[in-house]
Design a protein around this ligand. Structure first.
Ligand SMILES: [Zn+2]
Length: 450
């Protein structure tokens, strides 16, 4: 359970957990890395860890033996969650489905105690939580990680609530769809935010521009000053593309980061962010996963695949674990078989019956479009492999399961042919945009290569 489920980048993960154990997690973190390297997963795992009830109980059980010496007046705070007393929750407590939109979330009924004082309390609380609390006796169902670093249980109510947003793509799509269903007047005002847990707000890019907008950041500003009753507030911004005013608003939050919150910016390219934002954050970079790491993961996550299939998917995923796990192998294999038919017929003159039979199936309509896209993606990956083979880099090919076939094609063609094929594919794609009959443009593509 917990961080054991995170694949790769062990040093970055360990570093984050060590700072967490020491109560020194930065207030603003940039998690940079290619698509699929696990940025979002890691950010939500951190949010779970900071709010895990089981881990907190385990930690608190040990606190009375080691009361912190500084700030005696504020020492009572850690015991507070044990009482039934609950101050009003500043951010929407509503269930996930009701709080897809920040603007639809109920406004705080009343402000909790003065912020400055509360902040001090929380700081005292954080520094009073010693890391050995996670090492010693387990509390309830929580089994501390043998590595002794902070972790999350994944099953307490808090972990489960945050886990509602594990499938980001699905939740994001639901939120966009829900907004589409609103009246036009409301649609304009509504910004998309995910809030699976009172302490976690996820800010996705707002369609159609797919940029973070200033109203979304406003929700962060509104809620960030409220001190959570327990745990720590986490804000995950899933893209580094901001409307200019939004970037300036983020900067304002980062200029005075509250003690009880962590803002995590996810980006594929940290240089896209304003230098003033970068300088206020700690940047951690996640590397793409190696083929071996992906293969190892697939042996657990996709046990129905054999070693050959795992090897293929691990190479096609290009370091992205999400892409590897959700890879549609059957669709890819079918598209690749068609791609091979087209390419084969382009290398041999005369008999084209098979080609026409294949391209016949790529008809107009949304279904045909998707099929053609898959065919072209498979064709590109084959062409790349042919280039690798022709340049003595056989170890880099991705379609390892059809090496024999690829070698035959690589011998029958040359660099100029592959180049023409890639250009031709580009033309088919442009033709698709102009809605040319797909089967015809595929036939023309194959014919042009002879
Ligand atoms: Zn938990």
């Amino acid at each position: 359970m917990g961080f054991d489920l995170f694949q790769g980048n062990t040093e970055v993960v360990a570093r984050l957990r060590r700072t967490l154990a020491a109560g020194r997690l930065p207030h603003a973190i940039i998690l940079s890395g290619p698509e699929g390297s696990g940025k979002y997963l890691l950010a939500t795992m951190l949010a779970k860890t900071m709010n895990c009830e089981a881990a907190e109980i385990a930690a608190r059980a040990l606190l009375p033996q080691a009361p912190p010496t500084p700030a005696p007046a504020k020492k009572a705070k850690p015991a507070k969650p044990a009482t039934t007393q609950k101050p009003p929750e500043p951010v929407a407590m509503s269930l996930f489905g009701d709080s897809l939109f920040g603007d639809m979330a109920p406004e705080p009924a009343e402000a909790p105690a003065p912020v400055a004082e509360e902040e001090e309390q929380v700081e005292a609380e954080v520094s009073a939580a010693p890391s050995p609390a996670y090492i010693s006796e387990p509390a309830a169902a929580y089994v501390p990680n043998p590595d002794g670093l902070p972790d999350f249980c994944g099953v307490c109510p808090s972990c489960r609530q945050i886990g509602l947003a594990d499938d980001f793509a699905a939740r994001f799509a639901e939120a966009v769809e829900a907004r589409e269903a609103l009246k036009d007047s409301e649609k304009k005002e509504t910004r998309i935010l995910l809030q699976p847990h009172p302490n976690l707000i996820i800010v996705p890019p707002d369609p159609p521009q797919m940029l973070i907008k200033v109203d979304q950041i406003r929700r962060i500003i509104e809620s960030v000053r409220f001190v959570p009753e327990r745990g720590r507030r986490v804000y995950i911004l899933t893209t580094s593309g901001f409307i200019k005013e939004a970037a300036n608003s983020v900067l304002k939050v980062l200029e005075e980061p509250p003690a009880h919150a962590t803002i995590i910016l996810l980006t594929e390219n940290a240089s896209e962010l304003l230098p003033t934002i970068r300088s206020r954050c700690v940047t951690l970079t996640l590397a793409p996963l190696t083929v071996a790491q992906l293969e190892a993961d697939l042996s657990h996550s996709q046990p129905q695949w054999d070693a050959r299939q795992r090897a293929l998917v691990a190479r096609l995923a290009q370091g992205a674990i999400g892409r590897a796990r959700s890879f549609d192998l059957a669709t890819y294999t079918a598209a690749r078989a068609d791609a091979l038919t087209v390419l084969r017929s382009a290398t041999s003159d005369g008999e084209h019956t098979q080609l026409f039979q294949t391209t016949e199936r790529f008809r107009a309509g949304a279904d045909g479009r998707e099929k053609t896209e898959q065919l072209m993606a498979a064709m590109y990956s084959i062409l790349e492999d042919l280039l690798f083979l022709q340049h003595g880099a056989a170890h880099r090919i991705r379609n390892t399961d059809i090496q024999g076939e690829l070698k035959r094609l690589a011998t029958a063609t040359n660099f100029g042919w592959v180049e023409r094929a890639a250009t031709g594919l580009g033309e088919v794609r442009r033709g698709m945009r102009r809605n040319l009959l797909r089967s015809l443009s595929l036939d023309a593509f194959a014919a042009s290569l002879e």
